[in-house]
Design a protein around this ligand. Structure first.
Ligand code: NAD
Length: 494
């Protein structure tokens, strides 16, 4: 099928000079320009000037100035604005999906169904919390000596300005998780998008202003994370850092935040496992593996990268998986029949090809794929690797790509011990028709979220976040309230 035609709004937006979004206005960055690259072609898509330190400061000042009025706005008004933004994103679904697909290489279908439709769903979910973020009334135990009485209550008070640092893999949706949660609590935000995907959030911020969000409530600061990140985190107005990204950067962000006494939530990567129990058929296992490991070219933090299969089935599963992956339709993300687009950037392709070289050196068997696809873009064949042992590098290091590592087990208990030996614990899944057995494994798998007979499904009502080296804090559900509010106690004598 041919590529879909680009909307006129998309080509017009791309042609504009870009920078940041501060105090309700698009501003050209004062610092060095860089190209936003289309990963499907390797060609420049747009030019963007990075924000200077002074502009980062201006964004933090703007968010601080907007905070008091936003905090004091009736809660239902805040919720209504979030609902308006949800409606606006639904209306502009195609425009934003095309922009995001161009910048990230995500297929247009995924851009529509995950980036946009999920962003709309999360905005509506968080809007529903408006007016429901409450404290408690407490019975206190102080004795009364002269007839006086005591009572106490708690309030959930917004923290202030939230610095939201987001990665490139779901640049709209992950930002929306943070923006919507922070705003419904009464905080204001300064978002720092990835250098690879800086455009769609600029458009989202413009749309928010059209919806009536006051200037300064949502700011977007673009530029190199290594320079702007520390400036934003260290800024006197920063009350909280909410970071999603790699383990290495997250640890640096965590240290920087702790050194400044700032609150921080870290949603990091890891090396997620999927455990298939022996009662499933080969076809069921292959379906589960493709769902768990290869969506969005594997560039999903929660995707499984280590697959544990029963010893008497692994050969058949890998053979069937090879047939399936070799027939994947790889091509332009803007072709609606494409199942797999490019990796999102050159650095990502280089990182994964280096890891594949390590796998070969260590004696892992490349069952299928394993090669970059020649041409201008950053395409990689979907890859399955039968690792030499549980200590292979590919069983430990996140590829963040379409690369599954497969290993057999004789005893599922031994597989569980191996999975839990990982220093990371973002997500895991267990697959079986025996729900009793699957539930027992789910209780013992060490991860922030464990799926049974599914993988990578995120729901706004279900808390999400990592354990062990995969981060701290939880997003979604009611857990987000802790992230963005201070619990204040008030005691009264009467
Ligand atoms: P990254 O860590 O390289 O960058 C993330 C963000 O941090 C970017 O905006 C970047 O500009 C910024 N940054 C870079 N240096 C910084 C610094 N010193 N201080 C502050 N900010 C800085 O991650 P990435 O390559 O964009 O994303 C891929 C990674 O993100 C993968 O490891 C993946 O597992 C992880 N991820 C985790 C989740 C989750 O919810 N747990 C979700 C998506 C992605």
């Amino acid at each position: 099928m041919p590529q879909i035609p680009l909307l006129a709004e998309v080509t017009t937006f791309l042609a504009r000079p870009h920078g940041s979004y501060i105090e309700g206005t698009a501003v050209l960055g004062d610092d060095a320009p860089f190209h936003v690259i289309n990963p499907a072609t390797g060609e420049p898509l747009a030019t963007l000037n990075s924000a200077s330190q002074a502009q980062a400061d201006a964004a933090m000042q703007s968010a601080q100035q907007a905070f008091a009025a936003w905090r004091d706005m009736p809660t239902l008004h805040r919720g209504t604005l979030l609902l308006k933004l949800a409606d606006k994103l639904a209306e502009k679904r195609e425009e934003l999906a095309q922009l995001e697909s161009l910048c990230s290489g995500k297929t247009i279908q995924l851009a529509r169904m995950l980036e946009l439709d999920q962003s709309v769903a999360f905005l509506r979910y968080f809007a529903g919390w408006a007016g429901k973020i409450n404290g408690e009334t407490l019975d206190v135990s102080l004795p009364s000596f002269a007839g006086e009485k005591y009572t106490a209550f708690t309030r959930r008070q917004p923290l202030g300005v939230v610095v939201a640092i987001v990665p490139w893999n779901f640049s709209i949706m992950i930002a929306v998780w943070k923006i919507a949660a922070a705003l419904v609590c009464g905080c204001t935000v300064v978002v720092k998008p990835s250098e690879y995907t800086p455009l769609t959030l600029l458009r989202l911020a413009e749309l928010a202003t059209e919806c009536g969000f006051p200037p300064g409530v949502i700011n977007v600061v673009n530029g190199p994370g290594g320079e702007l990140g520390p400036a934003l985190i260290g800024h006197a107005n920063c009350a909280k850092v909410s970071f999603t990204g790699s383990v290495a950067t997250g640890n640096a962000v965590g240290r920087a935040a702790a050194a400044q006494g700032k609150r921080v939530t870290l949603e990091l990567g890891g090396k997620n496992a999927a455990l298939f129990l022996n009662d499933l058929s080969v076809t069921e296992m292959v379906n589960g593996i493709v769902e768990a490991g290869y969506l969005n070219q594997g560039q999903i933090c929660a995707a499984a990268e280590c697959f544990w299969l029963p010893a008497d089935k692994i050969d058949a599963v890998l053979q069937a998986l090879k047939t399936r992956l070799d027939s994947t339709v790889i091509g332009s993300p803007l072709d609606e029949s494409t199942a797999m687009g490019p990796l999102a950037n050159r650095a990502q392709l280089e990182k994964i090809t280096a890891l594949l070289a390590t796998a070969r050196r260590e004696g892992d068997e490349i069952v299928c794929g394993g090669e970059a696809i020649a041409g201008g873009g950053y395409f990689l064949q979907p890859t399955a690797i039968r690792v030499a042992s549980a200590s292979s590098t590919l069983m430990k290091e996140e590829t963040f790509g379409p690369v599954g590592s497969f290993i057999s087990y004789d005893d599922p208990e031994q597989a569980l011990q191996n999975i839990n030996a990982s220093p990371f614990g973002l997500a895991a899944s267990v697959w079986s028709r025996n729900i009793s057995q699957a539930l027992r494994f789910s209780e013992r798998l060490e991860a922030g979220i464990v799926w049974i007979n599914m993988h990578t499904f995120l729901d706004p009502a279900v808390p999400f976040g990592g354990s062990k080296g995969s981060g701290s804090g939880r997003e979604f559900g009611s857990a987000f309230i802790d992230d963005y509010t201070e619990l204040k106690s008030i005691m009264v004598r009467y």
